[in-house]
Design a protein around this ligand. Structure first.
Ligand SMILES: C[S@@+](CC[C@H](N)C(=O)[O-])C[C@H]1O[C@@H](n2cnc3c(N)ncnc32)[C@H](O)[C@@H]1O
Length: 170
């Protein structure tokens, strides 16, 4: 059985915090490494990407895993209904304009896992557009409505990416 694409380091490292039940969303999922981990954990999992080709490939790969993820081709902004998800994961994708909607899309007690590139990334690695890089220590401040559970400015395996786990408590 294929194990599929790898989840981000943040999710792997803090998988012990995941709830046993509930609806999880992998936003801008790519081939869905995060989604597959969430689904294997037992969560009802939706994975969203705006690329038709990416979603086609993700569906094809999942067929080899025996898992059941709901793959949706859509813009990230369209799936962030309020109070819906127990878990949201975002990795290697940055749209600061979605931060409030991501906070609101979590149910009370819900967890956000967010890992992406920072300005420390050398040229030629990570996004070409520097607007898609986090400033130093920016990530916790992007989600003022959530409580920080864990934060790393430089992940161990991916030292040019920061990672935040945060919880909706109000
Ligand atoms: C660098 S990949 C990261 C994929 C995956 N999260 C990972 O860490 O491997 C970024 C993904 O975001 C998707 N994407 C870009 N803009 C998007 C948007 N507005 N809504 C949904 N997906 C988007 C792209 O199609 C691409 O698959």
């Amino acid at each position: 059985m294929s194990t599929g694409p790898a989840p981000c380091e943040l999710l792997t490292r803090h998988a012990g915090l995941l709830p046993e039940h509930g609806h999880a969303l992998d936003l801008a999922c790519g081939l869905g490494g995060n989604a597959l981990l969430l689904c294997r954990h037992g969560l009802q999992t939706t994975a969203v990407d705006d690329s038709t080709e990416v979603i086609r490939q993700a569906r094809q790969r999942m067929a080899q895993t025996g898992l059941s993820v709901e793959w949706i081709r859509a813009d990230a902004a369209t799936v962030l209904q309020a109070n819906r998800y127990a878990v949201i994961t975002v990795s290697r994708f940055l749209d600061r304009g979605l931060a409030r909607a991501i906070e609101r899309a979590l149910r009370m007690g819900g967890l956000l896992y967010y890992q992406t590139f920072t300005v420390a990334v050398p040229a030629g690695r990570g996004p070409k557009n520097r607007n898609y890089l986090l400033q130093r220590n920016e990530l916790p401040g992007m989600f003022p409505g959530l409580s920080v559970v864990a934060y790393q400015e430089a992940m161990q395996r991916d030292p040019y990416q920061a990672g935040l786990v945060a919880c909706r408590v109000a």
